[in-house]
Design a binder for this molecule. Structure first.
Ligand code: GLC
Ligand code: CA
Length: 533
C-alpha cells in the first residue's frame, strides 16, 4: 500500500471502524410488548459508545407483516409500529451521531411483502401498470410452474395466482414476491428509497441478498446439484446458477453505489453468500460496486488453524487492487459463534476478527459469549424452521434477546420476551461481565480499544501467516509498528519460536499484559496473543 492510500484509509470511517449488528426485535424492549424497539436501541447507545464500536447496522425496521421478521417490507419509507415511529428513528440517528456512532440500515430490494401496495396492484390484473414490477410467468402447458427453481426456505419458488392465471416468483416465502430488477421503473423507485433515508442522515446500507436481484433473462432451469442428499436443505438440491449471480447484477450494484456517491462517505455493504472468487467481483470494475461485499468465509470454514490461514491468504490474494477487506463471525441467520466453536475458542475468534486486515462486523451478544438458545417447538418463530422442520435450519436460536442484567428477563423487557432467554442469563449478561476483568466482554472491549490505538491493526499491512499444528501466526505492520498475532486453535499448550524479542499486549486469557518474551513463545490451550516487537 502506498502512503497515499494509507492516508485515505485512515480517514475513511468504514475502513478503520467496527460495525455492530443489532437485531432490533431482540436488543431492548421499552414498552413491555416483549419485542425490542428503536427507543430501546437509543437507550443502549451509551453501551455501544462504551464498547467503542463505530457503526450500528440495524436489521429491517420498516412496516412489515413480519412473515420473515421485517425482511418482508410493506413500505420502504416508514417504521413499523412495533419498533416505533419515524420520529423515534430521527431521534435515534441524531443521538447516535452525537456520540460519534454511524447508523447503517438494512435495505431489502430483492423482494417486497405481498402486502406492499406495489404487489397488491401488480396482482390485480395482467395489464396493471405495476404488473411488470414483479416476475410473472405463464404456467407450463401441464399447468406446472414455469421452471424448477426452489425457494430458499424450501418448497416451490412459484405461486399460482388464481385470479390472473399466472405464477409469480419468490426466492423466499410466497409472502415475499421478487421485484423485477430488469424493469427501469423498479430501479428508479428503489433508488429513491435510498435517497429518502440518505436524506435523513443514514450512513449507509447493508443490502439484503444483493446477488439475487437479477435472474437469468430466460429463467432457465437450475441444474441438479449432484452432491445433495435427502435430509439437507432443499435449496441445495439445485445449483443456483440461473437464479442468482448473473452478469447484469454488477450494473445494478454500480447504480446503487452512484446513488450513495451523491452523498458524503456513505457505505454500501452487500450480503453475498458466494465462493471467494465470485464474491470479489462485487467490488465492481474499478471498485464501482459495493464497498464491502460481506465476507462470510469465517462462518463457513472448519475452525482449524490451517483452514483459516488458507482462507485468509486466499481472500487477501483475491481482493481487487484497492478493494477493502471485511470479516464476519456471525449474524441473524447463522449459529452463534460461541456455540459453533465453543466458549474457549470464541475468545480466539474474537481476537482473530479484531486483528485481521479489514472491517469487522460484530453480531450483538457475541461480545458476552451468548450461545444459541434452544427453542421449544411451541415457541418457534422462524418461517424457515416451520417450512423445513428438524433439519437444524431454524434461526431463532441466534436471535434471542440481548442479556443486559441479572434481573428478570435479563433487563431486556418487562413483558414476556418474544423468544426465550438463555438459561445462563443470570451470569451471562452485560452488567455482570463488564465488572469481571477476565470476561469475554472485557476481552472484546480491550480488543476494540487496541484496534483503535494501533493503526497496524485496523489499516496496517497483513503479513501472510504461518501455521504450525494448531497455531496460526501472522503479523500486522504500519510504519515502524510491528504486531504479531498468534492464535492457538487447539485445546493443548503449544510453543512457537519468536523472530524477535516481544512484549505481550493482550492475551485472550487476560492475565499477562506487559510480559516480555524472548526465544520461544508458549501458548496455553485455546489462547491467543497479540505481541508487539
Ligand atoms: C437475507 C436475510 C435473511 C432473510 C433473507 C430474505 O438472507 O439476512 O434473514 O430471511 O435475506 O430476505
Ligand atoms: Ca417493544
Amino acid at each position: 500500500m502506498t502512503s497515499d492510500v494509507r492516508r485515505t484509509a485512515e480517514n475513511i470511517w468504514w475502513k478503520r471502524g467496527i460495525v455492530y449488528q443489532v437485531y432490533p426485535r431482540s436488543f431492548q424492549d421499552t414498552n413491555a410488548d416483549g419485542v425490542g424497539d428503536l427507543e430501546g436501541i437509543r437507550r443502549r447507545l451509551d453501551y455501544l459508545a462504551w464498547l467503542q464500536v463505530d457503526a450500528i447496522w440495524i436489521s429491517p425496521i420498516y412496516p412489515s407483516p413480519m412473515k420473515d421478521f421485517g425482511y418482508d417490507v410493506a413500505d420502504y419509507c416508514g417504521v413499523d409500529p412495533i419498533f416505533g415511529m419515524l420520529s423515534d428513528f430521527d431521534r435515534l440517528i441524531a443521538e447516535a451521531h452525537t456520540r460519534g456512532l454511524k447508523l447503517i440500515l438494512d435495505f431489502v430490494p430483492n423482494h417486497t411483502s405481498d402486502k406492499h401496495p406495489w404487489f397488491v396492484e401488480s396482482r390485480a390484473s395482467r395489464d396493471n401498470p405495476k404488473r411488470d414490477w414483479y416476475i410473472w410467468r405463464d404456467p407450463k402447458s401441464d399447468g406446472s410452474p414455469p421452471n424448477n427453481w426452489v425457494s430458499n426456505f424450501g418448497g416451490p419458488a412459484w405461486t399460482l395466482d388464481e385470479t390472473t392465471g399466472q405464477y409469480y416468483y419468490h426466492a423466499f416465502l410466497r409472502e415475499q414476491p421478487d421485484l423485477n430488477w430488469r424493469n427501469p421503473a423498479v430501479r428508479e423507485a428503489m433508488y429513491n428509497v435510498l435517497r429518502f433515508w440518505l436524506d435523513r442522515g443514514v450512513d449507509g446500507f447493508r443490502v439484503d441478498v444483493i446477488w439475487h436481484l437479477i435472474k437469468d433473462a430466460a429463467m432457465r432451469d437450475n441444474p441438479p446439484n449432484l452432491g445433495w442428499t435427502v435430509g439437507q436443505r432443499e435449496i441445495g438440491r439445485l445449483l443456483q446458477v440461473n437464479s442468482a449471480d448473473q452478469p447484469e447484477i454488477h450494473e445494478v450494484v454500480a447504480e446503487m453505489r452512484r446513488v450513495l456517491d451523491e452523498y458524503d462517505e456513505r457505505v454500501l455493504i452487500g450480503e453475498i453468500y458466494l465462493p471467494i472468487e465470485r464474491l470479489v467481483t462485487y467490488y465492481g470494475d474499478d471498485l464501482s460496486g459495493a464497498h464491502l461485499p460481506f465476507n462470510f468465509a469465517l462462518i463457513q470454514a472448519p475452525w482449524k488453524a490451517d483452514a483459516i490461514a488458507k482462507l485468509v491468504d486466499e481472500y487477501e490474494r483475491a481482493l481487487p487492487q484497492g478493494g477493502w477487506p471485511n470479516w464476519v463471525l456471525g449474524n441473524h441467520d447463522q449459529s452463534r459463534i460461541a456455540t459453533r466453536i465453543g466458549e474457549a475458542q470464541a475468545r480466539v475468534a474474537a481476537m482473530l476478527l479484531l486483528t485481521l486486515r479489514g472491517t469487522p462486523t460484530m453480531y450483538y451478544g457475541d461480545e458476552i459469549g451468548l450461545q444459541n438458545v434452544p427453542i421449544p417447538p411451541e415457541r418457534v418463530q422462524d418461517p424457515w424452521e416451520k417450512n423445513e422442520p428438524g433439519l437444524g435450519l431454524g434461526r431463532d436460536p441466534c436471535r434471542t434477546p440481548m442479556q443486559w442484567t441479572a434481573d428478570r428477563n435479563a433487563g431486556f423487557s418487562d413483558g414476556e420476551p418474544w423468544l426465550p432467554l438463555g438459561a445462563d442469563h443470570e451470569s451471562c449478561n452485560v452488567e455482570t461481565l463488564r465488572n469481571d476483568p477476565r470476561s469475554i466482554l472485557t476481552l472484546y472491549r480491550r480488543l476494540v480499544a487496541l484496534r483503535r490505538e494501533h493503526l497496524a491493526l485496523s489499516i496496517g499491512d497483513y503479513v501472510p501467516g504461518r501455521v504450525e499444528d494448531d497455531l496460526f501466526r501472522f503479523e500486522r505492520r504500519y510504519g515502524a509498528t510491528r504486531l504479531i498475532i498468534v492464535l492457538n486453535f487447539g485445546h493443548e499448550a503449544a510453543a512457537v519460536p519468536l523472530p524477535a524479542p516481544a512484549r505481550i499486549l493482550l492475551s485472550t486469557i487476560l492475565d499477562q499484559d506487559g510480559d516480555k518474551i524472548e526465544g520461544a513463545l508458549s501458548l496455553r490451550p485455546d489462547e491467543g496473543l497479540i505481541l508487539s516487537v
